[in-house]
Design a protein around this ligand. Sequence first.
Ligand code: URA
Length: 434
Amino acid sequence: MNMYDIIYKKREGGALDKEEIEFFIDGYTNGSIPDYQASALLMTIFFQKMSREETYALTTSMKNSGDIVDLSEIEGIKVDKHSTGGVGDKTTLVVGPLAAACGVPIAKMSGRGLGFTGGTVDKMESIPGFKTTLEANEFISLVNRVGLSVIGQTAHIAPADKKLYALRDVTATVDNLSLITSSIMSKKLASGSDAIVLDVKCGNGAFMERLEDACELGELMVEIGKADGKKTIAVITDMNQPLGLAVGNSLEVIEAIETLKGKGPKDITELSLILASHMIYAGEKADSPEEGYQMAQQALESGAALKKFAEFIVGQGGDPKVIDDHTLFPRPSCFSEIHSEVDGFVGAIEARAIGLASQHSGAGRATKEDLIDLSAGIMLYKKVGDSVQRGDLLATVYGNDQARVDRGAQEAAAAFLIQDSQPKENALVKRVIQ
Ligand code: URA
């Protein structure tokens, strides 16, 4: 068996068998298959697509490329959550404390930014002192003590995904159903939780733009999760404009903190409560998602979730003073403002364009090796449906390199559509698959 023949077979529209997929995953993980051949196969998969059987085999090989975590030392039903990736999606930082405050143990591994979307690990690293790498015993003892720990993907868990994730990010091969499914489910199944809640984003700021594609992705992931014995729920949610008002690492953490204080934007607050409700239900702390919702709301209103967030920061070595003093976050030295040139209503804010503008202002990576600017990003002051007058501030782009910030501002300005009539509101949750 050799990599050339595998690429050729897929290029010609053939279906790869389990042995060929294992050969690729083993070889790429151990370094015997180089990036250029892996890139060629990824691009071929992107164009030729994979069958359900191939996707199952790819997920299993990637899951088995490393350790399978044993979380049995943590009491209770451990629930994991994963988003397929969106713009301004800081829900993990809100949902984790909400569910943990309701007694659901959360032992979660998160990723870095991918393409135009942000990643929870990059966001958490904007908290001074916060460690996103912990030894397994520290991770487990933190979940037992605090009820919540979120770390970066370790080199031992689904290492094939760790390498492929970074490669896909820079080879325009992210938005493929089989590659997303295998990436997410390989690490979720290897991470040891008993139940998984998936936030499948749908819209112009998601990898799946059409509802039917997002549903297909959700259904396939739920099927794979259940086949592995995990309770799996997929919530298909709107990503036709950025979530909340902040896009960019430290800006999003600040917004998550404000949300936990009960002062967050409506969409991020509502989505966090909904996702938490499913996690509380999946963790068997509530008899229904509706009861879970009430519990999450109570945790938010009582301040229990904010307290949990503070304990979580301290547990991972971060400075909890950031909760009340946002000046402790990395600060940008440059900014550029975007003003409306006309009167009207915000008809659309193209989320993908805002994600790219944020990435270009310094918040995301263009190559695997790039260092990111944790202070860079975009604050929106208007959302879809808001009325605007000529001269109103629509957004501010932040960073530490004025040329990059100006480029980001130009792109972000083009993402706003101002129209005469008020657009219809988009439903936040489109479907729940379980
Ligand atoms: N999140 C992941 O972990 N992998 C993907 O491919 C997309 C989003």
